[in-house]
Ligand binder design. Sequence first.
Ligand SMILES: *[C@@H]1O[C@H](CO)[C@@H](O)[C@H](O)[C@H]1NC(C)=O
Ligand SMILES: *[C@@H]1O[C@H](CO)[C@@H](O)[C@H](O)[C@H]1NC(C)=O
Length: 311
Amino acid sequence: MFFSASLLGYALLLLASTVFAAPTSRLDGGIARRVGRNLLTHFSPTDVVSENLLSARNGGGGGSSSSSSKTSKTSTVTATSTSTSSPPSSTNPAVLSSNIWAGVGMESPANTYRSVTGTLVVPHLQPATGGAIEGFYGGSAWVGLDGMTCQTGSMATGIQFIYLNQSILANSWTEVAPNSAVTMSSMTVNAGDTVKLTLTATSTTTGTAVVENLSNGQSSTVGLTSPSPLCLANAEWIVEDFQEGTFLMPFANFGSITFTDASATTQSGSTVGPSGSGSHLINIVQSDIQFTSASRTASSVTVDYLTSIPF
Ligand SMILES: *[C@@H]1O[C@H](CO)[C@@H](O)[C@H](O)[C@H]1NC(C)=O
Ligand SMILES: *[C@@H]1O[C@H](CO)[C@@H](O)[C@H](O)[C@H]1NC(C)=O
C-alpha cells in the first residue's frame, strides 16, 4: 500500500488537538515543534544580484559585508526539499521564491507595522497532483508579523489544514517564535468556513491574535508574549507548506486561497494594502518546480496551487 501504517500514525499525530506536544511515538521524535516559519532560514541566493543584496543585508542593511551568516543558515534547510530564492529587498520588487512560503510579505523599516489582517475561506483540499486519494497532504494559511526578515522575533496566527484519505481537518493556531505553534482549541474549523485572521502587536513583545468565524460570528482571542522583541518591519499573508522538524508536509492541492480585506495598519495608524511599498510576491519552489502562483491587489492576496510533489 502507498501509505504505511507509520505514516498514518504520523498523520494522526498531526491532527492531535494539541499540535506538536511531547513526542509520543518513535516517528515524531523530530516533530515536537513547528519550525521553519522564518523566511530567511529557507532562502539561498540564486544569482549575483541577489547574492549582493543578501551580503548587503547581512552587513546591516546598507553595508557590504561579505560574511553571510544567513547564507550558511540556508544549508541547514531540510533535506526533503531544495531552497531557491532571491532575498527580500525594499528596492527589489522581484518575485521571491521560498521552499515553504507563498503569498505576500511586506518589508519596511523597523517599527512600521502594528497589525495585519486577512479573511479566507478554509479550502476544500484535494490530493497533491499525482498523489494517492488515500494519502495525506497539508498546508497552512496565516497572517504574520516579522516572519520575513526580523531576526529577533515573529508572531503569526492562522489555519492549518490536512487532507487524510478524503477527510479534511483543520484547526486554528497561534505562534510566537521560537516557541511551538499552539492550537486554539476553542476554535475548530471546517472546510468552507470564512475565517478572519487578525494579529496585533500591542508592544514589541506582546500581541493579540483573533480568529473569527464570519460564517457564524464566533471568535477566539489569544494573548501572545514574545521572549524577544519584534522588529515590526514585516507583515505577511502566507500559504505555507509547513515543516515538522525536518519533515516537509506533502503540500495539498488547495485550489486557490484568497486573503480578502487584506491590510496592515502602521504604528501611525494608517492602513496599507499588500501591494503597498515594500511588498514582495513569494512563491513556493521545491526541486526547481514552482508550486504556486501568488498575486495581489490593493486589498487581497491570492495564492493559486499549480502542482506539488506527493510522497
Ligand atoms: C481510506 O478510507 C477508506 C474508506 O473509509 C478505507 O477503506 C481505507 O482503508 C482508508 N485507507 C487508509 C490508507 O487508511
Ligand atoms: C463557523 O460557522 C459555520 C456556520 O454556522 C459552522 O458550520 C462552522 O462549524 C463554524 N466554524 C467554527 C470554526 O466555529
